[in-house]
Ligand binder design. Structure first.
Ligand code: UDP
Length: 342
């Protein structure tokens, strides 16, 4: 069992991954600056696993803090790097903040890893790196093409920075995990998605509308070339996604990677429309969502879904949770968080 450093470990995917790592027997050290998460997440992780992860409130772009933390844990074997800004629309409005945060973090992290000779990295990437023109289903063999947002470009650049570092250090092994649309929450209801402020993503907007926190869901676009006119996405359960990180870390730590640099798509392999999401949510949870159509959102593509066969072949990972269960867990979490189901 290994000691794993998780940056962004109190965030949505980070917290679920920390829980899975602990359940698998690993020791976890979290670094998070709490810019988009809250410290009470640690309590949720402790309630699920019976163990509280070691936590540092620190910024990955701060070399002094990172060096100190690596110094206090000389037995760190691998890093999972989640810490990043992640909202497409926000990145269009605030590009410099996105480049500064996302690029400085990975560069600083790699420099400190180099200094401390920690040579295993799992990087939190995104299907957005394939860009606008890529043919569906998206496969890892496709090259990156121009993407629609600064957020997407930071993910492309991070992958390129990692590739250049791998080329310069033959001891360094890295796996990029390219997420499609992560949804759901831990079935215990102890951790889940907790966007600060108005949610950008579909599922938290839906759960907050159902909870009465938001007035009405706007469905962005009804004129896409899709069966019902609304956009298709590949929704993947967050617990399934987290398990892929444990498999990736194990592969790196156990020396099972055949190449120094790998990338895996993590999706369910199916395109689901926004309308299907709303209908399924209403059905499995027996609640009604108030919604109406609005114009297309800037930067959105009509349809995105994965070829996830490489992860199945090489990581022995595949999506298991059905959509209805993820949407039930998301609503369960929202209700618990809002204390609606006393
Ligand atoms: N969406 C929507 N209303 C919202 C938020 C999202 O109609 O309030 C749509 C969005 O246009 C996209 C899908 O839901 O087609 C998933 O969007 P999300 O922001 O969750 O993820 P993205 O695919 O943009 O990364």
């Amino acid at each position: 069992m290994s000691k794993i450093l998780v940056t962004g470990g109190t965030g949505f995917i980070g917290s679920h991954t920390v829980a899975e790592l602990i359940e698998a027997g690993h020791t976890v050290v979290i670094i998070d600056n709490l810019s988009n998460s809250e410290e009470h997440v640690l309590k949720g992780i402790e309630q699920i696993t019976g163990k509280r992860p070691i936590f540092y409130k620190a910024d990955c772009a701060n070399a002094n803090d990172l060096s100190r933390i690596f110094g206090e844990h000389p037995d760190i074997e691998a890093v999972i790097h989640f810490a990043a800004f992640k909202a497409v629309k926000e990145s269009i409005d605030k590009p410099l903040g996105y480049y500064q945060n996302n690029l400085l973090s990975i560069i600083t992290l790699l420099q400190v890893m180099q200094k401390t000779k920690v040579n295993r990295l799992v990087f939190s990437s995104s299907c957005t790196i394939y860009g606008e023109k890529a043919p569906l289903p998206l496969s890892e063999t496709l090259p990156m093409t121009p993407t629609t947002s600064p957020y997407g470009r930071t993910k492309q650049m991070c992958e390129e920075i990692i590739a250049d570092y791998v080329a310069a250090n033959n001891q360094f092994y890295s796996i990029s995990l390219r997420y499609f649309n992560p949804i759901g929450a831990h079935p215990s209801g102890k951790i889940g998605e907790l966007p600060l402020g108005t949610p950008n993503n579909l599922i938290p907007y839906i759960t907050q509308t159902a909870a009465g926190v938001r007035e009405e869901l706007k469905v962005f676009g009804n004129d896409y070339q899709t069966p019902d006119g609304t956009a298709l996405r590949d929704y993947i359960d967050v617990v399934d996604l987290s398990k892929a990180h444990v498999k990736a870390v194990d592969r790196l730590v156990n020396g099972n990677s055949s190449t120094q640099l790998e990338a895996y798509n993590l999706g369910a392999g199916k395109g689901i429309s926004v309308k299907e999401i709303i209908e399924t949510f209403e059905k499995v949870n027996a609640v009604k969502i108030k919604w109406s159509f609005a114009p297309r959102r800037q930067g959105d593509l009509p349809s995105i879904f994965a070829d996830a066969s490489k992860a199945k072949r090489e990581l022995n990972w595949e999506a298991k949770t059905v959509l209805g269960e993820s949407l039930r867990n998301a609503w369960h979490w929202e209700q618990k968080y809002r204390k609606l189901n006393k």
